[in-house]
Design a protein around this ligand. Structure first.
Ligand code: UDP
Length: 323
């Protein structure tokens, strides 16, 4: 098949490119290299079935041609990482909202199947305090104030989901929404805030591992290869169309425990330093205390058991940065 991957030079997109090329597909990538990089796709540069277009997904003429000639679209292009979102809010909103509008509008023009990558950010801080239930696809969301910049990202991704569902219901466009929880692995950069590459990079040079807040907040992490398996299976599964799927791991870890694991696994002499959120991200930041998916819907549709556990995930990141 001919497959278009927006954001195909990014962390998740580039792993998807590798896998689809391995299965014999012809892959077209559009990426503006804002947070993605040529390095992520250089292993494919000489392959005949790989095509890279360096441009923004907001360029309608370019996107029109790509959507027209491809059979399926994985829309992975998005502003990514809490640090980036805090520092460049206009770009975040424009990329996420206008970019997805463009992809869906063109997919609908030629009736091409689209998988939209969404984010567990859409839940906001609903898992704080009393509410300790795991997050189902239709669990209520809880956003902070519009003066807290972090929630702009959450709202932009939620709008992407609304728009995708609207295209499905009103225009019968085949769409699938994958709501990705914290995804980790080689090629993920720590530059935009992500915690595991940050901790590992610091530990490897024996610099202080910086835990934001008191470290009692928890997350659940999934290995990139496990996520890629699911994305490809979802795209192939007719029953997935018109639905949202949580894609993640139900195993939780606190950020403090994570720091200790990274320190131990790297044999590092790094101190663990606690930094107030305000100092780490500047004003306008609010964290969520927990975020853990209920993945029953996904498991009802396909066999899914993440193959790589947290130790394996951390080790893969250590190996990557050592190289
Ligand atoms: N975090 C941290 N130190 C870092 C980077 C992140 O303590 O160097 C914390 C962050 O405040 C959050 C958690 O780790 O509570 C996960 O952050 P990340 O940006 O990786 O993902 P998200 O907040 O989107 O889940």
């Amino acid at each position: 098949m001919k497959i278009l991957i927006t954001g195909g030079a990014g962390f998740i997109g580039s792993h998807l490119v590798d896998r689809l090329l391995e299965s014999g597909d012809e892959v077209f990538v559009v990426d503006d290299l804002s947070t993605g990089s040529l390095e992520n796709v250089e292993q494919n540069q000489d392959k005949e079935r790989f095509h890279l277009v360096v441009d923004t997904i907001l360029n309608e003429a370019v996107m029109n041609e790509l959507v027209f000639k491809c059979d399926q679209i994985y829309h992975m292009a998005a502003a990514v990482g809490v640090k980036l979102i805090m520092n460049r809010p206009v770009e975040t909103l424009e990329t996420n909202v206008k970019g997805t509008e463009m992809v869906l509008m063109l997919a609908n023009r030629y009736k091409k199947k689209v998988l939209i990558a969404s984010s567990s950010e859409v839940y906001g801080k609903v898992m704080d305090g009393e509410n300790t239930c795991l997050l189902l696809e239709d669990t209520d969301r809880l956003m902070g104030s519009t003066t807290k910049r972090r929630w702009a990202y959450a709202c932009s991704k939620a709008l992407d989901e609304f728009l995708a569902l609207a295209y499905y219901e009103e225009k019968k466009l085949p769409v699938i929404i994958a709501r990705l929880f914290n995804t980790v692995g080689p090629r993920q950069t720590g530059q935009y805030g992500m915690v595991i590459p940050n901790f590992v990079q610091k530990a490897l040079i024996n610099k202080a591992i910086t835990v934001y807040g008191d470290g009692s907040q928890s997350r659940s992490f999934t290995y990139i290869a496990d996520i890629i398996d699911v994305l490809i299976k979802l795209m192939a599964e007719p029953e997935a169309v018109g639905q949202i799927f949580n894609v993640g791991n139900e195993e939780e870890v606190t950020i403090k425990e994570l720091a200790l694991m990274v320190k131990e696994m790297t044999g590092s002499s790094s101190e663990i330093e606690y930094i107030p959120y305000e100092k780490a991200y500047g004003p306008g930041y609010e964290d969520m205390q927990r975020r853990c998916p209920d993945i029953t819907r996904l498991k009802n549709l396909m066999h899914f058991e993440p193959e790589t556990d947290l130790k394996g995930i951390i080790q893969s990141v250590i190996d990557y940065f050592k190289k």
